[in-house]
Design a protein around this ligand. Structure first.
Ligand code: SAH
Length: 244
């Protein structure tokens, strides 16, 4: 999978792409991540990418010409990309959308700055506006990294253990059960006995119930859409859950 990131701060990505899972995936040729400097698509002496807003008001707006030129250039290469603009006005990123994006061959991610981007560029050149949540960042670079990290780990081969992304929170509609590792007793804080029992059936049931419990307590909204068995529903009702 290929990510092309369009930004005025390309070096922002240097260190995060050199660490951990993403770095390994790049080394293994499972991922290609290129950063492009938007200023390379300007023609004035100051390499201007922003200008004052029509209609007045605070802040600056990213100009359409460099963005358009950069995109035109990028679109000459194959495979055909999906063009994403990071924006707090966009669709909020959720795991099901991450799963859809992981099916693409190539994503172009555009990082906004200042007050945002000339609306004509969004209207005519962008396929998807994407937000990472209801808060305002100073730029789209951090948000782009969030997208890249979430999508990359679903690409086959990127995570060592192929089963693990499907057990994570959200992938089955629920939050995940708690994890423990050695020692079994730390200052009297003990690991739940069931996990030491070696009884895999019992452990699986306990984990499912913990998953249901933590979702009920912290994100009951998720239960409305999660696929639940009759046994799950019985357990949840025992906790006080009222299905509508
Ligand atoms: N004036 C804009 C905010 C601009 S913030 C507004 O009120 O909607 C500057 C840039 O940061 C945006 O263009 C976008 O690329 C990025 N950004 C800020 N918050 C974001 C979020 N929650 N999700 C994705 N990108 C975000």
């Amino acid at each position: 999978m290929i990510f092309d990131i369009l930004t005025i701060f390309p070096s922002f990505f240097d260190s995060p792409l050199k660490e951990g899972v993403i770095h390994k995936a790049i080394e293994a040729d499972l991922l290609k991540i290129r950063t492009l400097n938007l200023r390379d698509y300007t023609h004035d002496r100051h390499r201007t990418t922003d200008d004052r807003p029509y209609g007045g008001g605070e802040g600056m707006v990213m100009k359409i010409e460099p963005l358009f030129k950069a995109l035109e250039d990028l679109k000459k290469a194959l495979p055909a990309p999906k063009v994403i603009l990071m924006s707090p006005r966009g669709q909020v990123l959720k795991q099901n959308l991450v799963e859809d994006l992981a099916k693409e061959e190539r994503l172009i991610i555009i990082c906004g700055r200042y007050e945002g981007v000339d609306e004509r560029f969004i209207e005519h050149c962008v396929d998807l506006e994407l937000s990472i949540g209801d808060y305002i960042l100073s730029g789209g670079e951090t948000a782009a990294l969030v997208v890249i990290e979430a999508v990359s780990r679903l690409i086959p081969g990127v995570l060592g253990c192929p089963a693990s992304p499907h057990k994570d929170s959200f992938s089955n509609g629920l939050l995940e059960y708690p994890h423990y590792t050695r020692p079994a007793d730390f200052k009297g804080w003990r690991v739940p006995d069931v996990l030491l029992s070696g009884d895999h059936k019992k452990i699986e049931k306990w984990r499912r119930q913990q998953s249901l419990k933590v979702t009920y307590e912290r994100r009951p909204d998720l239960l409305k859409k999660a696929p639940l068995s009759i046994e799950d529903i019985k357990y949840l009702k025992g906790l006080g859950w009222k299905a509508e």
